[in-house]
Design a binder for this molecule. Sequence first.
Ligand code: LLP
Length: 417
Amino acid sequence: MDATTGTVDGVALVALAAREGTPLYVYSAPAIRGRVRALRDALAGLDAGIRYAVKANGNGAILQLLAAEGAGADIVSGGELQRALRAGIAAADIVFSGVGKTDVEIDAALAAGIGRFNVESRAELDAIQRIAAARGCTAVASVRINPDVDALTHAKISTGKAENKFGVPTDEARAWFDGAAQWPNLRLDGLHMHIGSQLLSLQPVREALQRMAAFWRELEAAGHAIASIDVGGGLGVRYRDGEVAPDAAEYAAAIREALAGFGGRILVEPGRWLVAEAGLLLTRVVLEKQGRARRFLVLDAGMNDLLRPSLYEAWHDIVRVGGDVGRERVAYDVVGPVCETGDTFARQRDMPRCDAGDLVAILGAGAYGASMASTYNSRPLAAEVLVEDGRYALIRKRQDFDAMIADERPANEWKSA
Ligand code: LLP
């Protein structure tokens, strides 16, 4: 966003808010395209594929945009499978991750013909074997290794430590490869890892990659052909002015170095890096309130729309649309209307003074914003728009009240279970 002009890709946010209302998610198509192309370029020369982590932002229009740039999908549920397929992503370009895949989800993924399962437990191997045998097909799978490294990120989004629920130790993985014959409908020929999200240092990635590379060499030496290494996602972004995030080239260099000599296919599963900085949450100031100890700026967006600050104490830059010029500076607690103290976007944030009715943009909201939204406090889901070249497309209409309660029923029909 250009804060001084209040525009995104030539679309004036004031006009956009007047037409579509607030809170409103605004995504820049060129910014997303720019990221996916930068990553593709950085990986050029490697036999590598991008598997976008749908959880970051699963809006169908975003998936289509990424699919048009050649990205596949990393999914974690049957719902994400359907989203990816409907967006036109080839089943062969879909990988299925997650610790708790149900039989129904595994069956749907096999029916669709997805490219690969990232397996995290023996029980899951058994389930895939049973379901693939019933279908008379062969599933392709990678083992998710838990490399036991500290990703140096927020505890709630760290996934590669021994105490986390994700992946398995190499000892267990080795036993699976050695005993693979017991799963005849499964081709176990890949390795996977994902150590955490919002990684601002590549050091943990390098360490984990080295551990995985050592294990791949060991498996090859033992006669197990490894066709695919999936390095997961996790690449961090700049949420705060001045923060430095790794770039695609550095990331790709780390992969190249660690996996030098690997002849199979390399997969990457970025979510946040592709979409976070391409999106903002446009919201209107409801009122200003001087509390006894704090000055509050109350917005019409709440934790139900953007949960990250409440859940992870995450920082998002917040700017007044229309700029700061000639306005006194105020330390605001920027909050939403939801009935919880946790409904806070920022504490003691230095901002230009804002008036009721002003528009404010919460930046870095393209990833894990709309995808984590809820209707808590009976607040309908926000609308989403994609902008490009001075125009916008409504890619999710604002939920109306009837849609919000459409699946509820009065208790007037009682059944015995
Ligand atoms: N692959 C796997 C197996 C994952 O679990 C994840 C994210 C990704 C890829 C994509 O990670 P990314 O590139 O987006 O960091 N809601 C949290 C983030 C949770 C990430 C969960 N897994 C947040 O708002 O920070």
